[in-house]
Design a protein around this ligand. Structure first.
Ligand SMILES: Cc1ncc(C[n+]2csc(CCOP(=O)(O)OP(=O)(O)O)c2C)c(N)n1
Ligand SMILES: [Mg+2]
Length: 526
């Protein structure tokens, strides 16, 4: 069997349905092997788009998304999306082609040390430098990418190896390796802390969503009647319709969720990554702290858990739930009610009419146009902060935010992958800056018959940066933009577009746009 055929057979064995990528000469054999397989190859317009698509696919499904690029510039273009999956803990397998082994020891066309470059943004990577290691390497790439905490892995395929013959065959993925059960002693210490506490609070992070622990988390919140704050990436772990949800942790010291954490006497984090939010922004040294996660806590003065329960998060919550239902203490729910009321009042506040609108003023209409199971993919910028704070989320994995690597440009390619991966409607919310980084993927979306809505907040500015500069210095520099006529831009791709001039126009644009078409809704914001 030819190695390129074997590699694709390995992908089929892993259950891969599609590969996002951009061709190059050195992957010719692999492309023809893909053509002759059950795996669909989806050509994109920039390798970064392919990596973001694989990233969001991984995050939504728990199965590694696969992206493919050529050597040199193809690989470096892919890197940002791979790094995003790495720091956002999304399973992703990146494959890059390479020149033949006989030319890699010398200066050579488009050849750079891709292995070393990708080593910095992956859990593991290797060069497929022999035909007989391909089956094991592909299995290992998927096993490590998907194992807690998930992330990116990378395989480099030299073109001469791709064309060589091998007698090896794909390995069977078997069952996913189960994760450890919680340590009974650690659990006993956590139970004692719950007994001693009067005002416990939970912080639900990325891991609470990623590990399918949300159901147990909801049951625990119900049984113990404790409030829960989510991080941006934990949104939807507990429904924001639940009166115990205190919505989303912001970075500032003055927001209500941070105040509620300050008023608590026990904080239990569930699947919390400090890459997402610096705990220094919310951690109060005197308060008891428990870390429930699949990995030990980072060593950091500002995050110093009294107890760490390192195990399968769902099993840890299940054990605590069983104990709680039998003999857990009861708490007075009054202490957190005022925070919930203030947060709910802010979310329900009637927005002012526009234009210009504010991102905040658009969110109630957006929420109304989207069903609870519909998926919002947010880009990065000031719109992301508004979405985190004011877009109530009801189900896990329905508000996709990059907040570990926090790379602009994820929304449009992310929506392509989401649209292909889930049955629900999909909306990509983006700023004008992040939108034009990867807007070319609208062509990929039209070719793939996608039907998502792009909600573009246009402030002609790298808004978050000018906001921060102004807050620090009273002025801003280097952030102002001019933009194309976005309606004409949408038209050139043959997609529908809307430019609402009042809230009622905005509402009807969102209702129509989210029905069943690929469309752009441009909202002028201040
Ligand atoms: C790839 C990348 N480059 C730069 C940044 C730094 N950055 C964060 S937000 C932002 C501005 C985003 O502007 P826009 O997309 O228009 O959104 P807005 O803030 O205006 O809502 C920038 C430049 C980043 N996070 N990612
Ligand atoms: Mg902007």
């Amino acid at each position: 069997m030819k190695v390129s055929d074997l590699l694709v057979a390995c992908l089929e064995r892993e259950g891969v349905e599609r590969v996002y990528g951009l061709p190059g000469e050195e992957m010719e054999d692999l492309l023809f092997s893909l053509r002759d397989s059950s795996v669909e190859f989806i050509p994109v317009r920039h390798e970064q788009g392919a990596a973001f698509m694989a990233d969001v696919h991984g995050r939504l499904t728990g199965d590694a998304g696969v992206c493919l690029a050529t050597l040199g510039p193809g690989a470096t273009n892919l890197l940002t999306g791979v790094a995003d999956a790495h720091l956002d803990k999304s399973p992703l397998v990146a494959i890059t082609a390479q020149g033949g082994l006989e030319r890699l020891h010398q200066e050579s066309h488009q050849a750079i040390d891709v292995l070393r470059t990708f080593g910095a943004v992956t859990k593991w990577n290797t060069q497929l430098d022999s035909p007989d290691i391909v089956h094991e390497s592909v299995r290992k790439a998927f096993k490590l990418a998907q194992y807690e905490k998930p992330g990116a892995t990378h395989l480099e395929l030299p073109e001469d190896v791709a064309a060589a013959e091998t007698k090896t065959r794909p390995m069977d993925p078997g069952d996913r390796v189960p994760f450890a059960a919680p340590d009974p002693d650690a659990l006993d210490r956590v139970k004692a802390m719950f007994r001693d506490a009067d005002r416990p609070i939970l912080v639900a992070g990325n891991g609470a969503v990623r590990t399918h622990a949300a159901t147990r988390l909801r049951e625990f919140v119900d049984a113990a009647d404790v409030p829960v704050v989510s991080t941006y990436m934990g949104k939807g772990a507990v429904s924001d319709a639940d009166h115990r949800s205190l919505m989303t942790l912001d970075s500032g010291a003055n927001d209500e969720p941070t105040r509620a954490i300050a008023a608590a006497d026990l904080v239990v984090t569930v699947g919390y990554d400090i890459a997402e939010h610096d705990p220094a922004a919310w951690r109060d040294e005197g308060t008891a702290l428990v870390h429930v996660d699949s990995e030990p806590a980072e060593v950091y003065e500002a995050y110093d858990p009294d107890v760490e329960v390192v195990a399968d998060i769902e099993r840890t919550l299940g054990s605590l739930l069983d104990w709680y239902r039998d003999e857990g203490p009861s708490y007075d729910a009054d202490w957190y009610r005022e925070y919930r009321e203030r947060i709910a009042a802010d979310v329900d506040r009637d927005p002012p009419d526009g234009p210009p609108f504010t991102v905040r003023s658009v969110l109630p209409a957006l929420r109304k146009a989207m069903a609870p199971e519909d998926v919002l993919v947010s880009d990065v910028g000031s719109h992301k902060m508004a979405i985190a704070a004011n877009f109530p989320t009801y189900e896990p994995n329905t508000c996709i935010v990059s907040n570990g690597f926090a790379s602009m440009g994820i929304a449009v390619p992310g929506a392509v992958a989401a649209d292909l991966a889930v049955d629900a409607n999909v909306v990509a919310a983006t700023g004008d800056g992040g939108f034009l980084m990867n807007a070319a993927e609208i062509e990929t979306a039209t070719r793939m018959d996608c039907s998502f809505t792009i909600l573009l907040f246009n402030d002609d500015d790298y808004g978050l940066i000018s906001e921060k500069q102004t807050a620090h210095t009273g002025e801003s520099f280097g952030t102002e933009l001019t933009n194309p006529d976005f309606v004409a831009f949408a038209d050139s791709f043959g997609i529908e577009s809307y430019r609402p001039t009042s809230l009622s126009e905005l509402r009807s644009a969102l209702e129509t746009a989210t029905e069943d078409e690929l469309s752009l809704v441009v909202v002028p914001v201040e």
